[in-house]
Design a protein around this ligand. Sequence first.
Ligand code: CTP
Length: 400
Amino acid sequence: MLTNKRILLIIGGGIAAFKSLDLIRRLRDQGATVTPVLTKAAEEFVTPLSASALAAEKVYRDLFDLTDEAEMGHIELSRAADLVVVAPATADLMAKMAHGHANDLASTLLMATDKRVLIAPAMNVRMWEHPATQRNLATLQSDGVLVVGPDEGNMACGEFGPGRMSEVPDIVAAVDAALSDGPLKGKHVLVTSGPTHEPIDPVRYIANRSSGAQGTAIAAALRDLGASVRFVTGPASVPPPAGVEVVRVETAAEMAAAVDAAPHPTDAAVFAAAVADWRVENASGSKMKKDGSGNAPALEFAENVDILASVSKRTEGRPSLVVGFAAETDDVVANATAKRTRKGCDWIVANDVSPETGIMGGAENRIVLISQDGAEEWPRLGKDEVARRLASRIGEALTA
Ligand code: CTP
């Protein structure tokens, strides 16, 4: 059931738009409130009046209507929903979403929303199979967009193959799954991710090669299990996942402060960030200049607080599960096992970050999960799959 769930339904301009009218009815039958948004092209296929009559709600249209802005701005409209559904998602809408266009109401809402987005693609089979659409699909999926369909079958254009919009009951089931309560529903999880930047002067800093990909994937996987995720991220090269609370920081000290500011108690904390061990103590407030003498400036370092160790050793408000990472280049298991004891965390996710493994900054990871029960070697997997397996283990530990 979808009782009290609010769906923002963006109807794109395709022949399948007629099915979206039925979708409105079926979603309402399940108890949901549906606010329809029609693209200009959609109005060629269905009328605003029929969408509004079936939804028993005001329909938002791709006309820039000042009254709409006065009633409810596009930002608010995009966030008032629990889920944004795009059905039919045309090739054009998918391209706009993948490339971040915001040149009409529908695409602007999709850019402005902080909620999850589910798309039901519908288009001609050649358009679906076109490399551009497949590239856009991959981009959207890696952005965390959920996808239902398309189905295979005879199409309105007379061709056969994948491209037909999913049947309404399948879309309703996908909406249900997207909004369902996962095993981590009600649990608060903190994830740190990405590198930190430690300034030398206003234009220079010391950084590391972490992309933030593994931490981002873990946050998304925990979110998918229903957790409320607070995502504290350094300047990563991958964007943060949708549907999590994002706190952006730059330095290790800022990351430590953001972790401490987290609402306690946190049920689990995952420290995937590659935090700088040292900061430049004599960082300059203005740009350092060559003085012509040929002498290089000497940097002095001070140790940063170890965030993982300080949270692990909390006497009050310690999360019931603390997971650290160990980036090692030698004796991975021995070093990581010692690190677990030294830092006082429950699990350590150890990985070999020697350059030849291609793990740091790459798409795959090969980890050893170290707990009090010993070391468990996982096969080399995509970072998303590592994240899913780790999130599911965290789920089991928290609900045991
Ligand atoms: N970590 C942290 N705060 C720091 C340094 C590290 O929270 N100031 C966390 C990382 O997020 C990671 C774990 O500690 O979960 C281990 O990081 P790693 O760089 O492997 O270990 P170090 O503590 O730096 O130890 P070493 O450099 O001796 O390997």
